[in-house]
Design a protein around this ligand. Structure first.
Ligand code: AMP
Length: 287
């Protein structure tokens, strides 16, 4: 790790391009970790994985307005650039790209990237326009950084698949690497939004993970009935007095299609609002 060396920090496309061009000319492999900042241990595990696989690591920090709905938390989304820079430096990142909105979305822009089918279910109906914002910004970041590989978390499982689909469909020469969800000691999936939850609210949020674990146990014991498993998951999550369940579904992990019975690989995904904070989580239901 190049801990002692300050990463290059820039908000300009031309500068990040020049830095990457130099690294490529030296024969270095380029890795990219797109984030919205407020870095936590989940992000750091993505950065570490990127570091293991790439010689030149670019972390992007951009709170992307187009992936937030009008009623969502774009304005109050946590931001702490100084802390993020310190953490990225400790992890041996080579370049931190922190663009402005105007740098990413030029005045008068009218171009979006849309993945159709796989964005229709799960989070799709609850966050209209969200995935369009994600695929558009990730496509732009790939075209700016031009990495050999980019790392994403399984925490956002639908997002991971949607990005894999986009990369395949648009022939981006970028390898997509996925990293398992990093959790708090009690099991809560790490998220920049967890800071919105205090004390008891956090405990209620834990129902999501507990319900996933219980479902995994049921499947391990031989239960294959998706309806029955989901009834239990929904009951557990909805038992929180300040929880609004959005969805709980069991899908094929390769294409997000809903399953009726578990006969092969399956993924359970859930989303709920706990005390108004939107949380998602998912788990593999191993056979
Ligand atoms: P975000 O900053 O929330 O947009 O997330 C940036 C990247 O970090 C995405 O690829 C996320 O899936 C990933 N990520 C966020 N939280 C976690 C976590 N708890 N474990 C693993 N990856 C995560």
């Amino acid at each position: 790790m190049s801990e002692a060396v300050d990463p290059q920090v820039t908000g300009e496309i031309a500068e990040v391009r020049a830095a990457v061009r130099r690294a490529r000319a030296e024969g270095l492999s380029i890795g990219c970790v797109p984030t919205m900042g407020a870095l936590h241990a989940g992000h750091l595990s993505l950065i570490d994985e990127c570091r293991r696989r790439s010689r030149y690591v670019v972390v992007t920090i951009f709170v992307n307005p187009t992936q937030f709905g009008p009623q969502e938390d774009f304005k109050k989304y946590p931001r702490d650039l100084k802390k993020d820079e310190g953490l990225a430096k400790e992890r041996g990142v080579d370049c931190i790209f922190i663009p402005s909105q105007g740098e990413i979305y030029p005045e008068g822009d009218q171009t979006f990237v849309v993945v159709t089918e796989w964005t229709r279910g799960l989070c799709g109906p609850f966050r209209p326009g969200h995935f369009r914002g994600v695929t558009t910004v990730v496509a732009k970041l790939f075209l700016i950084v031009q990495p050999h590989a980019a790392v994403f978390g399984e925490k956002d499982f639908q997002q991971l698949l949607v990005i894999q689909r986009m990369v395949q469909d648009l022939h981006f020469p970028v390898g997509i690497i996925s990293v398992p969800t990093v959790r708090e000691p009690d099991g809560l999936a790490m998220s920049s939004r967890n800071i919105y939850l205090k004390g008891e609210q956090r405990e209620e949020a834990l129902n999501l993970y507990v319900s996933l674990q219980e479902a995994q146990e049921q499947v391990k014991k031989g239960d294959r009935d998706v309806k029955k498993i989901l009834t239990e998951v929904r009951r557990k999550i909805a038992s929180g007095p300040h929880t609004d369940l959005e969805y709980a579904e069991i899908v094929r992990p390769e294409n997000l299609q809903p399953l009726e019975g578990i006969t092969g690989p399956a993924r359970l995904l859930v989303a709920a609002r706990v005390h108004g904070v939107r949380l998602i989580d998912n788990i593999a239901l191993a056979l």
